[in-house]
Structure formats: C-alpha cells, structure tokens
Design a protein around this ligand. Structure first.
Ligand code: BGC
Length: 874
C-alpha cells in the first residue's frame, strides 16, 4: 500500500499555504512507495469536489481550474488503487488586487538626526459589527517599513521583518494571516507594531542612505470575514496611533526598548486608548508599487541556540559564545528594578580578547533593554537583526541563569533539500559552514553578508552561489521574487545594477560582468534545477536585455574590453585594500561571461519556442567566442593572464577551438595549481569552478589536493581556525588571530562556499543529467584519502541519493533513484554508463585510488616542487 507522507505546494507545507500568489500552484509530494499514478482531490470552499489523475510523484502542474482571488479548499492525494488519502491540505489564494483600504500612518516625516522609534497602531471592531456565523477571518496586510500584527492581545503569524525588502518603488508584498481563532465575542482589537526597516531606514555602505523609498511609515491592512453562506464581508477599520516602547531602532543599529513605556493590553479589548491620536490616511493609489503576494515563505525564527560558553569579563560584561555564527537576535529573560538598562553587544569574532566589531563598520548592532521592574521580563528585539556568534551583556542584573539568554536564528523559511557527508571532518565542517552562510544570508533576499552596513543583494555573489543554493534549500521562491526586482531595477538603470534592490550609495553603477550576468545565470540554474520553464518565460525579457546590452558595449564585436569591472574579485593575490586587483585580466573574464550568457539565452529561446531569437543569440555567442579566442588564446592553448582563473574559465565555459588546446590548457592548469602548493589563487569567478576545471583537465586528484589543503589560502584554513560560516576573504582572520586589515572583511559570505555543489556532484557523485532531475548521473570519484561520502537531494521528482564506501580496494556504492527519474552509474575509472531505474541499487567494485600510489604527490604528503614549465607568456 502506498501512503503519501508529505505534500508541498510551491515548496510550502500545510499551514503556510494561505494567501499564495499562484493561481495554479505546483504540487509536490512524497510517497512511501512507488505507484504508477496518483489522484489529487480538491474540495473547494463552495463544496464542489474534483478528482484528477496525476502521473508523476513530484512537481505536478495544478490539475484543477485556476484559483480565483480568495478562493480556497482542501487538497488530498492518494495512489491509484489505494483507499487511503493523505491528510488534507488547506490552500487559499491571496487577495488579487481587490484592495479596498488605504495606508494608515503614524509618521509621515522622519527627522534626519532624530531617533527613529517604532509606533503602535490600533483599530477597534465594535461589538455587533461582525456578522454571525464566521467560518474564516483574514487580515491581508503590508507596510511601508516593517511590521508585526496582534489581535486581541496575541501575536499574529510568525513573520519577522515583514514585508521584507523588495524594490519598493515597484513591488510591495503583502501577507495573509488567518485570524479566525483569535476573534472573540464582543469587541475585537487589531494592533500593529511599525518601524522604519528598509523602507525608511538606513541602508547601504559608505555612509549609506536614509529614507530612500519615502518619508512615511505606514500600514495597509484589510480585514475580511467569511460567513457560512460563503459571503465575504469587508470590515472597515479606523486606526489610532501611539508611541511604542521601542524608542529607537534600525536594522543596522539595533533596538532600544524601554519596558517602562509598555502599554499593557494595548491590542486587547477594554484598553483605554483615549490618549491615542488618529492615524493619518495615505491614499494607496498615491504610491507606485504593485501590491503583490509573496513568492516565498517569510523570514522566521528558525532555531534557538544556547550559549556554549559564558564568561565574565574584567569589564563586568558577560560574554556568550553561541558556537555558531548566525543571523538573528538575542532573547533575554531577566528580573531587574524599573529603569535598569541592559546593553547587548554583538560580534562575529573575538580579536585581542575583545569583541571584533571593526568589520561591522557603521552597523553598530547594539540593543538596549530598560526593565519595567515587574518580575520576570522577556525581551526579543523585533525590528533589527545582527550577524554574530558572540554577544556581551553589559550591566546584567545579578547572576546569569541557564536559559536566561538564547540566540534566535532568523532567516527565510526554506525547505532543506540537500545533504552531504564524508569521512573527512574538515570537508563536513566546510559543508556545514556553507549551509549556515546560506541560511544567514537568505534573509528575505540573497545578500552578501548579514552583519556589516551592507547586507544587500549583490548580483555576483548569488550568480556564483545559485547552483549550491538550489541544491541545499528550495530557494526558488526567494530567487523568483528577487529576479522580479532585478528586472525592474534593470529597466530603471538601463543595465543590471551590481546589487538588487539598487541603492544609490556611491558604488559604481555600471554594467559589470559576472555580477550583471546573474540576470541570465540565476534563472537558468533554477530551470536546470526544477525543469520548470516558467522562470525562463518570466525572466526572458530581462535575460535578453542583459545580453543585448553587453553586445552593444562590445560594439557588436563580442569583445568586452572597456569600462568598469570587478573581475576575479578577491583573488587572494590582490592587496587587502584593493580586492579587484586580480592577476586575471578583467576583460578576459568579461568576454568569457558574455559568451556564456549569450549561449544560455540562445538555449532558453529554443526552449521557449523563440527560434528567431535562438539564431540571433547563437550568433552573438559565436562572435564573442571568436573574439575571446582572438584576443585571449594562443593556438597552442595558452590563455592570457596564465592564471588558474583564466584557464578555469576557458575550460569550464568551453571557449577553446579544439581538444588539443583543451589538453594543453588542462595540463597548464595542473601545473599552476601544483606549483602554487595547492593553495587557492582564485577569486569570486575562479573559485566556484576551479575544481570542475581540474576534473575537466583530467585530475580529480588535484581537485582533492585543493579541497583538502588547510594552509592559507584554502577552503579548510578557515575551518582550521574554527570558522562556522564561510568567510568573505580566505584570511578574514589571519593566523595570529587578528582580523584582516581590509575594511571589507566579513566572516559570513557564501560566495566562496559555491564549492559545496562540487562536493555533492563530484565527491559524492550525485548530479542531474537533465533539467529537473529527469535523468541522474551517479559518478562517485573517490580520492583524497576519503573512505566514504554520501549525498542526498530531494529533487522535484523525489529523493535521489548516493553513498559510497571504500575498504582497501573494495568499494561499495548504494544509489536511490526517484520514482519519476531514470539514471546511470559511472564507476570510478570507467566511462561506461550503467543504467539504473527507480528504486534502490547496490554495487560493489574494486578501485585503487591514485592517492594510494607512492609515486603521486599526495596524502602523506609531499609538496610538489614549484617548477613552472616556462613557455613564455602567451
Ligand atoms: C560585497 C561583495 C560584492 C562586492 C563587489 C562587497 O562589498 O560584500 O560580496 O560582490 O562588494 O564589489
């Protein structure tokens, strides 16, 4: 008998599928056994039931009529022939654009130098106003700023920092909350906390900018109830406002909360709000943004950590180490006299015995709490977020007890989909650090870092990280929304800006290779990951516009050799104060990316049935590849710059004319990597692909050398220094424990962690061989002294997994192929593709690893002599 274990709708589990934006949401589900077909049943709120047959187990297009705004019902699934239905899942569409309310605002102008407080808003629904027989009650809401809702004294929803950050001049997302259970007989009260957030707060670096989207903070909230007869009633609300106990707050700066100012019961019935003032009304239609449903789950509290060590400092401060660098806030529980103030400091690292706060730049990250003095008080900052592993409590009242302080991990709610494990603890820690850096940087949008005065959606970072992001978590919803913003900003700026949403804070605003290319590569990686053409269709105009723009910049020659470039950013040979000064030619990188994205757009055009476009972009790509070859390649396969990055780019992006060049370049790459003592000598562009380039050059062994190096610079150096996240620079912390002097030094940047994808694909050997995991390539590549490795990926077609283990020369391999996929296994040392069908498989084989060979310069280990074949500069 086949049972359905879990259902998702657009990567959302039951309980989070109210107010979804898609009229035809995709269904995914997991069954505990294979079945030939399934049935989906949808019982709509009007009582009608339909059953449709669905064939695949995963990623099924919505088989029913599209959902109208507000329409809902219950979905169940079962295997054909089975009596047992899954648990029903409630689904409900959002509001569409049926907004009937305006914004209400407690503040329409912020003083430039005055503290930025949070405000309270309150609306009373008088007794007798609500109809009888309510079956459902919903609040559809959003804000200029960040907000939290309360109904009748209790918090509504678990969103943190809602509505998140979008390009507010174009898009503002709303949330839909089920408040049915919170309603009571008699008077009902709806309340909201509201603060600046990204809309009116301080964002950006080099001083940053304030109030970029508007001078107001405002709430938009539409309250609706549905009665048993199916009628929906709109309940008008009148809002009053008052100051809140949050007297000052900023995302970067931190929050100041004075509990003496708390108005107990302010969002409950019976509260005396006579001192409150009416909120100003701001016409919704006076603002340009489309009000849209979210494409992803909100930012949420996802985990709570207890300190792993607590020490009292000489200064009297109490230092807490949470053992993990996170994005989040502290939650404190204390008893203190009224007026007693505790200050909470945050930092990622300790330097010279002190919190290392220099890298935070202007993001002071300090919260203060002043006690009300009425017994046990619990405080969690609402409208700020910090990147930290360490915290210090200043002026803590008395002893600190177990559980008094916890760290709350905060980021976008995402389904975990990818796992990797091996016999090497260093690699496992590296992988875990990548997972954490992704969690810490998916705070509503894909950011560079969670701690300093930046935290913006750098396009280059997610461009290189997208394959890893999509392997580790179901990140589609977040990326779908962010790509919409990218397209809007691209239209405004005339090119893809270097970060999205774009904030004019002084950073060069020019088209930049590898960064702007995110417009093409991110949607492409999403399509490859789930096989769904919708993202390509949605982003097609933006993808084309980017390639057209670059084609124009090359004067239609294909050679991109002028203007601003970030190049192989953060190449470790670049000086700390000039991270763009890579030893790889910037225009080589730019032209290579131009080839790559023009090819992708040509492929996307074919998939979308745009044959004319396909021909056009193919010819742009061909022109660019010829330009690349003329300008940067020698006939014999030398590549200008003669660096690991330039060779890797040419190999992985397939820019050579013939196999002999590929062979020579591969050999040269190995020479350079070996001569560099298997230390990293690549930046943002080279690092994510260097291991693939070595495999292309025929040497997984060299990739293992690089992966397992732990001297500076290397992936495992930070691990050896106790890192729990991926660092921005290989040497963010120097071997003597001091922080890199560069003013741009973060301990939580995912970009250089893009290698995690290689661990899954090549070390464990689990890779998609067709979009959406329709065909799977299992190709374990043992080496590096590893005795085992395994990976699992919950693909849109179900779970795919591999696990291999070595014992001497005997090697056993177990595979799992999802019910809706096929696959093949390539054994180490062979090229034969052994077909495998859905289900579980085991193989044993013999394998003698190169690292067992005493002639090979490896684990033991003997550093190769730095001899460079000198053929003269290409
Ligand atoms: C960011 C990077 C980004 C880079 C490009 C940095 O400040 O943190 O990750 O891609 O600038 O200039």
């Amino acid at each position: 008998m086949t049972n359905i274990i879990e259902i998702w709708l657009e990567n959302r589990r039951d309980g989070t599928t109210i107010g979804i934006g898609e009229a035809e949401p995709r269904i995914s589900f997991v069954a505990d056994a294979v079945a030939s077909a399934f049935e989906a049943e949808f019982t709509a709120d009007d009582g009608t039931t339909r059953i449709e047959r669905i064939v695949t187990t995963q990623h099924v297009p919505w088989p029913f009529a599209p959902l109208a705004p507000r329409a809902g019902g219950e979905l169940r699934i079962r295997a054909v022939g089975s009596e047992i239905w899954s648990e029903p899942m409630r689904i409900e569409a959002g509001l569409g654009d049926d907004w009937r309310v305006d914004f209400v605002s407690p503040s329409v102008a912020a003083g430039r130098d005055a503290p930025r407080p949070a405000y309270l808003l309150r609306a009373v629904v008088d007794e007798g106003t609500l109809p009888e027989g309510i079956v459902r009650a919903r609040i559809h809401s959003t804000a200029h700023g960040v907000y939290e809702l309360e109904v009748n004294g209790g918090r509504i929803g678990d969103d943190v920092l809602a509505p998140g950050w979008t390009s507010y001049t174009h898009r503002l997302r709303y949330q839909t909350h089920d408040v049915t259970a919170a309603l009571r007989k008699g008077e009902n009260v709806i309340g909201a906390w509201l603060a600046d957030g990204w809309y009116r707060g301080h964002i950006g670096f080099d001083g940053g900018v304030w109030d970029i989207y508007g001078a107001d903070v405002a709430l938009l909230a539409q309250f609706e109830v549905t009665t048993a007869d199916g009628a929906t009633h709109h309940v008008p609300l009148e809002w009053t406002t008052a100051p809140s106990p949050i007297t000052e707050v900023g995302l970067y700066e931190g929050e100041t909360f004075d509990a003496r100012l708390a108005q107990i019961g302010w969002s409950a019935a019976g509260f005396d709000a006579s001192g409150w003032s009416p909120a100003a009304t701001l016409r919704r239609t006076d603002f340009p943004a489309e009000i849209e449903p979210p494409t992803a789950l909100p930012v949420q509290e996802t985990q709570v950590l207890r300190p792993v060590s607590i020490t009292r400092q000489q200064s009297g401060r109490i230092r807490l180490d949470f053992g993990q660098n996170i994005s989040g806030v502290l939650r404190i529980r204390l008893r203190a006299d009224a007026g007693h103030t505790v200050t909470l400091h945050h930092a990622e690292v300790i330097e010279n015995g002190e919190l290392g706060i220099r890298p935070l730049r202007a993001a002071t990250s300090v919260d203060t709490y002043t006690a009300a003095g009425n017994g046990e008080e619990i405080y969690t900052p609402r409208f700020t977020i910090h990147g930290f592993q360490y915290a210090e409590l200043e002026n803590w009242p008395g002893e600190l007890h177990e559980g008094d302080v916890e760290a709350v991990v905060i980021h976008t709610g995402m389904r975990r989909t990818g796992w990797f494990e091996s016999s090497n603890d260093g690699l496992d820690r590296l992988h875990s650090n990548v997972v954490w850096s992704m969690r810490d940087n998916f705070v509503d949008l894909p950011t560079d870092c969670p701690q300093r005065d930046e935290r913006v959606g750098w396009t280059g970072d997610i461009q290189v990280f997208a394959p890893t992001a999509l392997r580790l978590f179901a990140a589609h919803g977040t990326l779908t929304g962010w790509l919409r913003d990218l397209a809007f900003e691209q239209a405004d700026q005339g090119h893809v800006p270097n970060f999205v949403p774009w904030v004019e804070c002084g950073f060069p605003n020019f088209p930049t290779a590898a960064w702007g290319d995110a417009a093409v590569i991110v949607p492409w990686e999403m399509y490859r990951n789930d096989g769904d053409l919708r993202i390509l269709a949605d982003q097609y105009a933006s993808m084309r516009a980017w390639v057209d723009l670059v084609d124009g910049l090359t004067g239609h020659t294909g050679l991109w050799n002028s203007g601003f470039q970030l190049g192989d950013w953060l190449d470790p040979t670049a000086p700390p104060e000039d991270p763009g000064k890579s030893h790889t030619d910037k225009y080589l990188v730019a032209t290579a990316y131009h080839v790559r994205t023009a090819r992708i757009v040509a492929d996307a055009a074919m998939l979308l049935g745009q044959e004319g476009d396909a021909v056009r972009y193919r010819s742009i790509a061909e022109r660019a590849v010829r330009a690349f070859q003329d300008e940067f390649l020698s006939d014999s396969g030398r590549v200008v710059s003669d660096t690991p990055t330039s060779l890797a780019v040419a190999l992985v992006f397939e820019l050579f004319e013939n196999e002999e060049q590929v062979r020579r370049a591969g050999a040269r790459l190995q020479e350079l990597v070996g001569a560099g003592g298997f230390h990293i000598s690549t930046g943002f562009v080279g690092t994510p692909i260097i291991c693939d380039a070595l495999v292309r050059a025929g040497s997984m062994d060299y990739a293992y050398h690089l992966l397992l190096q732990d001297e500076l610079p290397s992936w495992l150096y930070p691990v050896s220094m106790g890192a729990t996240t991926i660092w921005e620079r290989w040497d963010s912390m120097l071997p003597d424990g001091s922080i890199n002097p560069g003013d741009m030094t973060s301990f939580n940047h995912y970009a250089l962690g893009a290698v995690a994808d290689f661990l899954h694909r090549a070390v464990a050997g689990l890779a998609a061989d067709a979009p959406g995991w329709e065909r799977i390539r299992f190709e374990p590549r043992p080496g590096g002294g590893l005795t085992r490795a395994s990976a699992r990926y919950d693909s849109v077609r179900g779970s795919a997994a591999i696990s291999w283990e070595r014992d001497g020369e005997s090697m056993s391999i177990s595979l799992e192929v999802p019910a809706a996929s096929t696959g093949f296994l390539v054994l180490p040392g062979s090229t034969e593709q052994i077909p495998v069908g859905p289900g579980l498989h085991s193989f044993t084989t013999t394998f003698r690893s190169v690292d067992d060979d005493p002639e090979r310069p490896f684990f033991g280990w003997r550093r190769p002599e730095p001899v460079l074949e000198n053929e003269g500069a290409a």
